[in-house]
Design a protein around this ligand. Structure first.
Ligand SMILES: CC(=O)N[C@H]1[C@@H](OP(=O)(O)OP(=O)(O)OC[C@H]2O[C@@H](n3ccc(=O)[nH]c3=O)[C@H](O)[C@@H]2O)O[C@H](CO)[C@@H](O)[C@@H]1O
Ligand SMILES: C=C(OP(=O)(O)O)C(=O)O
Length: 422
């Protein structure tokens, strides 16, 4: 298993090219299950989750071919199996998203229940209730979800989500594109990745519009065709590197960053003392490394994202004064706190909140990654820690970040990927 060795103390200067968004690319690949022709996706990140999605779709009978390298994929063919097995779903929860498209196009699906993960229990009840509203019959047996569409196929319906779940919105949205009649998803999630999915489906011939800010209206069509589509830039990767510059100090251009996708994150950075400006090529981040404590609460988009909580916590651990971080989306997303405290941070968990009392400095230590974003929070801390940090279990990080050592080293950080025996 690989590890990262990081020596703290270097400012960051240069450009970092952001990749395509994991949380969009995965869903766009799944959308190919609905299509009569090849879906050619560019700006796909070369990360472990995308490779897992390739295995899942290939197992379902689709063909996933690289076009001029790993960042452009052509996904084509029709499902010959409707089963998403436990070993893949357990590895990557986004696998649940094949349920809606299989149900809509093939009339049935059998998908392993994802179960919980490090950050929370993460039930999928809202996905299943949505499919039932579209006329599907759902049964649970032996750890699997068995879903069956009615004889004439799924039927459009008005679905009011009690919570704007990202995954439920995407799963129901994809299923509704081929349902008969009109579907309305009220209180739909508003994350930019949802718009990216809707735009791609519309390019494939779907008829999706957004009415008011929270309602998606989908007029079902008979078939969807192939298309070419470019995955949106990764706003979470963008915010993550902004925190790295915020804590380390320096001047970095995050190429491809889009201000409109992440107002809440940019505002939080500014409040903490980091300068962020829109640039013709992306977002420019400048910091003296002198930070001020701020209070943040994670919320559905357009609020402050849970996927940026750990990285901000690490950054704020050396801010002047105290910060209060409240996590409202996942019930167990503070796994990084004991690891940050091992590096000298002073963070106290009180229920769903964490009180971060800024300390003058951190010290390098052997630490362990527990989930994707938690892993990067430890890199953020390591960039200013005195001495060396050895970060193990970085397979969590490889799920969602491409070329971390390459991108940070190019800006002056001292970070090396090693085998755990070195
Ligand atoms: C692959 C992907 O895109 N993952 C993102 C997606 O996850 P994901 O799609 O799983 O997130 P959801 O918005 O669905 O989940 C948010 C909350 O709703 C709960 N819930 C969700 C569905 C359901 O049927 N029942 C239920 O109770 C979950 O347990 C969680 O507490 O959005 C999250 C919230 O922005 C992000 O942190 C993840 O990075
Ligand atoms: C929680 C995340 O991903 P997933 O939903 O795939 O676990 C994430 O991207 O931070």
């Amino acid at each position: 298993m690989d590890q990262f060795l990081i020596q703290g103390g270097q400012r960051l200067h240069g450009d970092i090219a952001l990749g395509g968004a994991k949380n969009s690319g995965l869903k766009l690949m799944v959308a190919a299950l609905l299509s009569d022709g090849p879906l050619i996706l560019s700006n796909v990140p070369n990360i472990a989750d995308i490779r897992t999605m390739r295995s899942l779709l290939t197992g379902l009978g689709l063909s996933v071919e690289e076009v001029d390298g790993p960042h452009c994929l052509s996904v084509s063919g029709r499902a010959s199996s409707v089963e998403a097995p436990y070993d893949i779903v357990a590895k990557m929860r986004a696998s649940i998203l094949v349920l809606g498209p299989l149900l809509a196009r093939e009339g049935e699906a059998r998908v392993s229940l994802p179960g919980g993960c490090a950050i929370g229990t993460r039930p999928v009840d809202l996905h299943l209730k949505g499919f039932e509203a579209l006329g599907a019959t759902i049964t649970l047996e032996g750890g699997y979800i068995n879903a069956q569409a009615p004889g004439g196929g799924l039927k459009g319906a008005r679905i009011v989500l009690p919570f704007p779940s990202v995954g439920a919105t995407e799963n129901i949205l994809m299923a509704a594109t081929l349902a008969k009649g009109t579907t309305e998803i009220v209180n739909a999630a508003r994350e930019p990745e949802i718009a990216d999915l809707a735009n791609c489906l519309n390019a494939m011939g779907a008829r999706i519009t957004r009415e008011a800010s929270d309602t998606l209206v989908i007029e079902g069509v008979e078939r969807l065709h192939g298309a070419r589509y470019s995955v949106m830039p990764d706003r979470i990767e963008c915010g993550t590197y902004a925190c790295a510059v915020g804590i380390a100090g320096g001047d970095v251009l995050l190429e491809g960053g889009r201000v409109g996708d992440q107002e809440a994150v940019l505002q939080a950075l500014r409040h903490a003392g980091v300068r962020v400006d829109e640039d013709a090529r992306g977002i420019r981040v400048r910091s003296e490394g002198k930070l001020t404590g701020i209070d943040l609460t994670t919320e559905p988009y357009p609020g402050f994202p849970t996927d940026m909580q750990a990285q901000f916590m690490a950054m704020l651990s050396v801010a002047e004064g105290a910060s209060l971080m409240t996590e409202t989306i996942f019930e167990n997303r503070f796994m990084h706190v004991p690891e940050l405290n091992r590096m000298g941070a002073n963070i106290n968990i009180q229920g769903r909140s964490a009180i971060i009392r800024g300390v003058p400095s951190l010290s390098g230590a052997p630490v362990m990654a527990t989930d994707l974003r938690a892993s990067f929070s430890l890199i953020v801390a390591a960039l200013v820690a005195q001495g060396e940090t050895r970060l193990s279990r970085i397979y969590h990080l490889d799920r969602g970040y491409e070329g971390v050592d390459r991108k940070l080293s190019a800006c002056g950080a001292v970070i090396k990927r090693v085998k755990d025996t070195e």
